[in-house]
Design a binder for this molecule. Structure first.
Ligand SMILES: NC(=O)c1ccc[n+]([C@@H]2O[C@H](COP(=O)([O-])OP(=O)(O)OC[C@H]3O[C@@H](n4cnc5c(N)ncnc54)[C@H](OP(=O)(O)O)[C@@H]3O)[C@@H](O)[C@H]2O)c1
Length: 324
């Protein structure tokens, strides 16, 4: 089979590699498309190696067709269209994945576009709902509202009956966020998000913040939180070390949580996948949530796709298509 071999960040070569086959409890997927994530860009640059036991090949989510199943797999059968959350190995013609991380294609979604859903759906649901317990009427702030995570998060939060605030870096991106349902839209170049949120909420702040900036926003995120608020940090685009004012945190009875999806064991990923299929797939089927795909490129152009993601020129997800 062929897969992407990362010689360097700029040289992502589509070449022959050893075949993979499904082990017990695994499903072999013939890949039709793979979603691109920041983690893939970091891995290609040698900064985010695969966890122990995971394939070295880049790629955290795919959609395709079941090509084979290992022993003890009853739920999936050859020929079914599926998508899956991976720990690695997606930039390839075939990938083997634990059966619990496989999902049906959400109703009404094209097979290629489905490759851009597993990571955002599992990240948003596990953090915003399972961890931070966002509920109807509460306010959630998504930093990077026009990102893959943000565009999905806005729609899911609105479907739950929450209010949504976002930050983004351009008026075009804020327009997209509004179109998807965001009620408070803040250009982080021009406005202080803390002041704006205080103004919009009569000083109450956000009940939940999903943060991708890490150190650069820690102090201001605490300022922006409501009493009993939850700040969930999933990205470190603004650095990894910052000073935490514990007095402010204690005064708000607030929580700061850091999480990663990729490092969770199969059982943890499978529990999230099950919850997402039960709760988010119906939102997609009835049109309350739709995939926002900013670009589709052939897998041979993986390096261009990474460059596009890093450039910030694209809103929503980038997906790579794999020819059969
Ligand atoms: N921990 C986990 O399990 C997990 C899982 C998935 C993703 N993530 C992380 O979540 C983040 C988003 O992922 P993605 O795939 O959706 O990435 P993406 O589409 O590349 O989005 C990155 C976003 O960062 C925004 N951004 C840059 N500087 C900003 C600032 N100062 N303030 C607010 N936003 C800013 C950009 O917005 P503009 O273009 O508008 O500037 C862009 O939309 C990444 O950092 C990724 O590593 C973590």
């Amino acid at each position: 089979m062929r897969a992407i071999v990362a010689e360097s960040p700029e040289q992502l070569l589509w070449q022959e590699v050893p075949d993979v086959s499904p082990g017990p409890g695994e499903v072999l997927i013939k890949v039709a498309a793979v979603g691109v994530n920041r983690a893939d860009v970091l891995q290609a640059a040698g900064k985010y190696p695969s966890p122990p036991g995971a394939p070295d090949t880049i790629g955290l989510e795919v959609a395709g067709v079941v090509a084979d199943v290992g022993a003890d797999v009853a739920k999936w059968s050859v020929g079914q269209d599926v998508c899956a959350l991976l720990t690695g190995g997606g930039y390839a013609e075939y990938v083997a994945v634990p059966a619990g991380q496989v999902m049906p294609i959400p109703s009404g979604v094209d097979l290629v576009d489905a490759a851009g859903i597993p990571e955002v759906a599992c990240t948003v649901w596990s953090n915003v709902v399972m961890t931070a317990h966002l509920s109807e009427g509460q306010l959630v702030l998504f930093h990077g509202g026009a990102s893959g995570i943000g565009t999905h998060g806005i729609q899911v939060a609105r479907a739950l009956g929450a209010r949504v605030a976002v930050t983004a870096g351009s008026s075009e991106k804020l327009d997209l966020c509004r179109e998807l349902g965001a009620q408070i839209t803040i250009n982080y170049h021009d406005e202080d998000f803390v002041a704006r949120l205080q103004e919009e909420t009569d000083g109450a702040g956000a009940n939940v913040i999903l943060d991708i900036m890490g150190a650069a926003y820690l102090d201001r995120n605490i300022d922006a939180l409501a009493i009993d608020g939850r700040l969930v940090i999933i990205g470190m685009q603004g650095g990894i070390k910052a000073e935490l004012n514990i007095a402010k945190l204690v005064g708000k009875r607030a929580g700061v949580i850091g999480t990663t999806l990729r490092g969770r064991p199969v059982s943890g990923k499978s529990a999230i996948v099950e919850a997402v299929t039960a709760s988010v797939w119906p939102m997609i089927a009835d049109g309350r949530v739709r995939p926002i795909i900013g670009a589709r490129l052939p897998i041979q152009r993986a390096a261009d796709a990474h460059q596009l993601l890093v450039s910030g020129k694209v809103a929503g997800k980038v997906v790579l298509t794999v020819d059969s």
